[in-house]
Design a protein around this ligand. Sequence first.
Ligand SMILES: Nc1ncnc2c1ncn2[C@@H]1O[C@H](COP(=O)(O)OP(=O)(O)OP(=O)(O)O)[C@@H](O)[C@H]1O
Ligand SMILES: N[C@@H](CCO)C(=O)O
Length: 339
Amino acid sequence: MQAGKATEVQAAPGRVIVKVPASTANLGPGFDSLGMALSLYSWISMAPAEKTRITLVGDHLAGVSEDKTNLVYEVAQAVFRKAGADLPELEIGIRSDIPLARGLGSSAAAIVGALVAANALVGGALTEDELFQMASELEKHPDNVGASLFGGIVAASWDGDRADYVRLEPPAGMEVLAAIPEFELATKKARNVLPEQVSIKDAVFNVTHSSLLTAALASGRLDLLGRAMRDRLHQPYRAALIPGMEKILREATGHGALGAVLSGAGPTLLLLAETAQIADGSLVAFVERVMSGEGIRVKTRWLQPCLHGPQVRQVAKSDPEFKEEPQVYLQSVQSEVVV
Ligand SMILES: Nc1ncnc2c1ncn2[C@@H]1O[C@H](COP(=O)(O)OP(=O)(O)OP(=O)(O)O)[C@@H](O)[C@H]1O
Ligand SMILES: N[C@@H](CCO)C(=O)O
């Protein structure tokens, strides 16, 4: 169907609620390529309306716009254009447990959630591949959107025209300690500190380590993560923006981590560990000690790889459970964060 063709697709009356996982990008050397979905979520509820209304629920959406410039609204309209549907007015509710601009893929989750919700409203007119192409084009990095869309671990590429991916099942027993600094770091700022060119030596270092890491993750070789997660393309340059990062990445394995990386564009740091480390407590104590020594307040959260992509619930208008207010759905959803 061509973009711009009017109202061939009818919206199903009722509301769609989509739960979408956060993501971590890069996993160290896989810059703009490797991503993993995490057990931290955003929820988007969407329904056709007479007049657009955007409701934000929770503490993590400060500053997000509540008019038609909202990312979720804009992405939904892109889906309708491509599907040949005409739904200019929407009732949108957004709740997010994913802090903004911390390297946990909040914008990718918003994009993926909006794509999937809007597509469900028009009866699944677009294929999963079309949604992935649109998501990669919008976010520009397929690692975050791929992980949020497919769950698990993705190895992805985007050449500016087409995105491709392979999904991997995360190794069993791998836990993720997220150390989330209180300050925000916009992806744009964290990309601006990267050099225009790198040496062939550093490029080879990353290609070899990224390949090793992908194979290690695919085959459950957790023993290799510490060495395979090293990176020379982005982390050394971004370290100046995140006090304490260099020491934590260098010393984490000495405190029981399998490996440690900057999450996406930062400032969150991720320490991968085996399940026994959760009860041990020394990894959390190490991270908190280093960050407080730098005067940085940090929240630590144990998360798991999330094995699934978006989960969609549709409530028809005729359903006795149907409610006009989106908050009703978003306030009752259960957070699955393991603190
Ligand atoms: N639910 C949402 N609704 C609308 N806009 C959102 C939503 N979530 C995120 N955004 C937009 O995305 C911006 C954050 O994007 P940015 O790429 O800087 O960080 P991130 O996606 O959290 O981290 P990273 O890409 O490094 O993992 C927010 O400041 C906001 O403008
Ligand atoms: N791969 C991207 C993720 C941020 O969206 C980066 O590190 O800049």
